[in-house]
Design a protein around this ligand. Structure first.
Ligand code: ADP
Length: 514
């Protein structure tokens, strides 16, 4: 009874500890993911990050739980039995019987590297399968539209088979360990049989003692197997820890300089011969960019797709290492500002809207519940109130993956409301009006004009009507500024801007896109 109670407390503590370790490591990983730059996410695919946060973290937990239990079984328990054997029967016979134990270390060493490499291969196959699931689920509409279901099924089948084989190979290596570990008690039995018979013949021990000795020896076979289990779990944990540690040790490409300044966001921006090349790329994406935007002004950025508009506006958030002394905010080089203060002052609305599986209210508030009173006002400015009336549960309608299907334009407008509610010192709309119709666009722009009075605003757009009111319009072509001026100035000269504007006027565009 006492033994059972101790065992109950011991198991509960050990497994609760294992779960705590899983929870803490997952928290640390999530903290790390949330502060990483885009380079980190290019180097580590979502599938790999998910595999590490699930399978590898589980392997660590298994070691702390099941592994430590097995270690207890493989050490405390046999030590007790050996002590009884040595004290009550014969210490000489006990010593002889444990002589083959070092062989266990030899077997372990031999299998160690194979356990590690097969486990690593199995984890990598799991990462690839994860990646495939993610791609197929998030891209299911494209897969169906192009009737690629069968091909995707086949490809997924290949990956699932690959994972199965790698897991099977791993299970075989582990299974190899158990019989190897079992040979050792066999050798011990042989030694005990020979030496024990001799001791019986010399009268050093009785026959009864020798039989008891064998009974004890038999009890040692379970700890040997437990040792095997422990080694397998420990090897997996070491490999998993290496994989997790690699993420935790990842050095951010962009970090605060010592004694970084707090960005107070008066809002003036100055690019001075600014050139930028993406890490890992050989060709510069932006070259020789120079312009100044006074505090409170609106900048319009236009140009063909791929001309560098997004790269230019995102450089204001300092996501990548930037050339020093070529981008100034309020007169100071951007690298002097702390990243948190910088990004906290900028409201960035990308073209690729991101809605979470929450209500419209939560998507707009997104953590600033104290702004609830201004929620409707932000939705009005983003021209979403009419749409809100049509939603089945109004502000409480679920959006995102698990919620109601919204049009691309509706999602864009919710994202705009989210940014406006924060009243950022610098607002960047990065092609964020691309999916709304021209009338809605002009209503949002007119609300913005009032709302952003005296605050710096940057609008990148494909449709030039979105930037006509800007104080400065830049036309980008292959990463360089080819034209600059106000709408009237640019319309007064021949060039890409005038040509595009007239062309788009003819085209019209009064429809909201999916
Ligand atoms: P735009 O916003 O005008 O469409 P972008 O700034 O998105 O243009 O892209 C400009 C160029 O930079 C493109 O050639 C694109 O392929 C490249 N580019 C964009 N993002 C990356 C990245 N993370 N790594 C390498 N090249 C990139």
């Amino acid at each position: 009874m006492l033994f059972r109670s101790i065992s109950y407390v011991w198991s509960t503590l050990i497994f609760a500890g294992a779960d705590q370790i899983r929870r803490d490591v997952r928290r640390r990983l999530m903290r790390k993911f949330l502060v990483q730059s885009p380079v980190f996410f290019e180097k580590n695919t979502t599938g790999s990050l998910m595999a590490k946060s699930t399978n590898d973290v589980n392997a660590l937990g298994d070691f702390a739980g099941f592994g430590l239990m097995s270690l207890g079984d493989a050490t405390l328990y046999p030590l007790g039995i050996l002590a009884i054997m040595a004290l009550t029967i014969s210490w000489k016979l006990t010593l002889a019987a444990v002589l083959p134990l070092p062989l266990l270390i030899v077997v372990t060493k031999k299998l160690e590297s194979r356990i590690t490499s097969t486990f690593e291969a199995a984890q990598e196959a799991f990462e690839r399968m994860n990646e495939r699931v993610l791609e197929n689920v998030s891209g299911v509409r494209v897969v169906r539209a192009f009737v690629r279901e069968e091909e995707q099924k086949k490809q997924f089948g290949v990956q699932a088979e690959d994972l199965f084989r790698k897991n099977f190979l791993f299970a075989r290596i582990i299974a190899l360990f158990t019989p190897s570990a079992r040979i050792i008690p066999g050798i011990s039995t042989l030694i005990a049989l020979g030496l024990g018979s001799y001791f019986v013949s010399t009268g050093e021990i009785s026959l009864g003692n020798l039989i008891s000795f064998f009974v004890y020896l038999n009890l040692l076979s379970w700890p040997m197997m437990a040792f095997g289990e422990y080694i397998a779990v420990a090897e997996q944990a070491v490999t998993a820890m290496d994989r997790i540690q690699e993420l935790l040790d990842y050095e951010e490409e962009v970090r605060d300089v010592p004694e970084a300044l707090d960005y107070e966001a008066k809002g003036s921006i100055c690019f001075e011969n600014f050139s930028f090349t993406y890490p890992g790329s050989e060709v510069p994406t932006l070259e020789d960019i120079s312009f100044t935007l006074a505090s409170g002004q609106t900048l319009g950025l236009v140009g063909k797709i791929g001309s560098g508009k997004t790269t230019l506006v995102r450089s204001l958030m300092h996501l990548f290492p930037l050339p020093s002394n070529s981008l100034y905010l309020d007169g100071q080089p951007i690298e002097k500002y702390s990243l948190a203060s910088l990004r906290g002052r900028i409201g960035y609305v990308p073209q690729q809207h991101q809605l979470f599986s929450r209500s419209v209210r939560d998507n707009v508030l997104f953590g600033i519940e104290e702004q609830e009173d201004n929620l409707i006002c932000a939705l009005y400015k983003a021209d979403f109130l009419k749409d809100l009336e049509l939603l089945p549960h109004g502000l409480d309608t679920l959006t995102g993956e698990r919620g109601i299907a919204l049009s691309g334009g509706q999602k864009q407008r919710i994202s705009i409301a989210r940014a406006l509610l924060r009243e950022p010192d610098i607002l960047i709309l990065d092609d964020a009006l691309s999916a709304v119709d021209a009338t809605t666009e002009s209503r949002i722009l007119s609300h913005l004009q009032d709302d952003r009075e005296g605050k710096t605003t940057i609008i990148t757009a494909h449709r030039l009507s979105a930037v006509t009111g800007a104080h400065l319009i830049l036309v980008l072509e292959r990463g360089r500024i080819t034209q600059r001026g106000t709408h009237d100035e640019l319309m007064a000269v021949d060039g890409w801007y005038r040509e595009q504007f007239l062309h788009q006027q003819l085209e019209g565009g009064n429809h909201e896109y999916e």
